[in-house]
Design a protein around this ligand. Sequence first.
Ligand code: GDP
Length: 322
Amino acid sequence: MAEPSFPIAGRTVWVAGHRGLVGSAIVRRLAGEPIGGLITATSAEVDLRRQDVTEAFVRSERPDVLILAAARVGGIHANRSAQGQFLYDNLMIAANCLEAARANGVAKTVVLGSSCIYPRGAHQPMGEDQLLTGPLEPTNEGYAIAKIAALELAKMYRRQYGMDAISLMPTNLYGPEDNFDLETSHVLPALLHKIHNARATSAATVPVWGTGRPRREFLHVDDLAEATIFALERYSGEQHLNVGTGKDISIRELAELIAEIVGWEGELEFDPDMPDGTPRKLLDISRIEALGWSPSIGLREGIAATYDWFLANSESIVTRPR
Ligand code: GDP
């Protein structure tokens, strides 16, 4: 592979959102790199929704690199019940961080978004050019609008100020340090937790929201961390890049796979009163693959590793502050 155009060696790297699923994976990945220093702050220390606080932090820390993994995230239920908060928090975090990075000469910025930026009826698999071609999925519209604004801001700051900011749009993620709360989490950690509880209590059934028919693509967060460092060092352009596996499965198939991994043999009870959300979300990953990155963690292997992590941390995972 060609030499990196932006080698990370010796640079100070601010990982915004370092305690979350994505940020913590990036911190683990950076542990193997000869960087000049890691900069982090909890949301209690630096509230990125506040411009004055964010600017003061960046002015004093002066990072060379910003990896923007801070966000308010949640599963379908959390998203649809607090659209305003998801829009406001994510809009403010993105605008404040990008502006502070620009004003303080951050040399490279990576914005992390989500595949929910694409229209509900997008052609599958979704190429980057599907952005802004149709109406969004209503259950996560607030979050999606904020993430679209973030990637557009990065693009326009590149055009107007020559800022080296790139954007990555990962598919549904899972792995260690995820939110396993049954109400607010995404489907994979929720089903892992529910099915684990069912095995522990010898329950005969597990409730699964919706019809089980929607299809989703799942990427282990360590693969995203790899893609992030890959793109940071080797890609510079206004075109955002999809990051996924290029493979999807139905929610029913996911639940059955998790049941197999956990070792529970009961019955799945689908609840059609809960929303299905978008019918299918599968990314076209040919752009990033052409640059030289591809995923390496298979779904079965990734879920098994995540379940091991869950078992090792089950005392503290649900209530741990972020
Ligand atoms: P989405 O990809 O934005 O729709 O977010 P989720 O990961 O929250 O949900 C994906 C799909 O899984 C939706 O069709 C949900 O209805 C379904 N699902 C089934 N059971 C659950 C559950 O216990 N929690 C969540 N969050 N989703 C579930």
